[in-house]
Design a protein around this ligand. Sequence first.
Ligand code: UDP
Length: 429
Amino acid sequence: MFISSHKKRLALISVHGDPAIEIGKEEAGGQNVYVRQVGEALSRQGWQVDMFTRRSTPDQAGIVQHTPDCRTIRLTAGPQKFIPRDELFEYLPEFVQAFQQFQSDLGAQYEIVHTNYWLSSWVGLQLKKLQGAKQIHTYHSLGAVKYQAVSTIPLIAKTRLATEKTCLETAERIVATSPQEEDHMRSLVSTKGEVDIIPCGTDIRRFGCVSRAEARQQLGLDQDAKIVFYVGRFDPRKGIETIVRAVGRLERQDNFKLVIGGGSRPGHSDGRERDRIESIVADLGLQDVTTFPGRLGLDNLHLYYAAADVCVVPSHYEPFGLVAIEAMASRTPVVASAVGGLQFTVIPEVTGLLAPPKDDAVFADAISRILSSPEWRDQLGEAGRERVETIFSWDGVASQLSKLYKRVLKESSQSEVAAKESSDSAVSA
Ligand code: UDP
């Protein structure tokens, strides 16, 4: 049995992705889920985990305890309000300072920092310089790939690309969440640096705990309805427009439903995309079949996944895509864009179908193939569940990360011993 004070300390750093916040609104999505789930699972595996993020409103608690050995710590860096991630860079020195102050109040230093997204990677690079921290990094999104998929390149792009390259070349280890992400790093960022592939995970007890019929009953949905489901942030890169246009192409059938979950109410940063999608729905005359239930949470997200006939993930770019494995864990087939990590998670014709991004005609065809055969839908769903159980559980992911951290610590103590031995022999020679 571990005594708490003997546990190894680990800092998970996620400057803009607060692991304790509600998911699905504004910029809160996969990264927040990843950090929280990995943090909690690692704490169950013997690590003392502190997850550092930026305070974004004055009323937020400074410390949120999740498990006895896992907590979120909010540091003050810049104004205490929501700031889009592309505008956060200037506040990072303050974040580093607050992190170091926290350590000195604690009377301890973090030997290992696992940073998330390029902003946090910059923080990690400073901590390497300032205190010799060992850095593990997960990108969550690569600027070099993202900027190929967007129409406007932000001013911060140059800094981001340079930081991502330095991090790849100098961090102790990079965690790629799919082979596709590693390929992108190698072909677009640098051939130097150490990369390990460890995927993202999902909660296999929560997703998949209810049957389709039971979920529909609980949500008040018709047992015979054909239900196409999307959930995620309202961000143009998510390609929600593609599903709406694909559904617009389907032959009208009775009892059809398009459910588009996620997003905040008007007045938030993601409101503009939500308005745009609602206007496309209206232009195509799909209001009567489309519902926008808003942010879905602990009480109902698993029900929507289970209730759906098909879950669509039409992203233009997706380094991993948690939604796909959550749907698969819920035995619901996935129709996804053939981009990034979705090509790793979804096996075409086995757990779902892939389509070229933005190609609403191919998406329409794929959706209609699944809707027209409930037996095939169920087969795809079962195969998806099996795949997730085998490689995408959070406990499995955390145990791979835990081994990686231990390896990095061992390597660094071995290289310190080797350096000491060579300096001792130089002195005695
Ligand atoms: N999510 C949620 N409620 C919502 C919308 C999204 O809980 O209303 C969660 C979703 O279940 C998934 C995450 O947000 O765990 C989105 O992660 P993904 O990797 O698919 O996309 P990202 O947001 O990282 O681009």
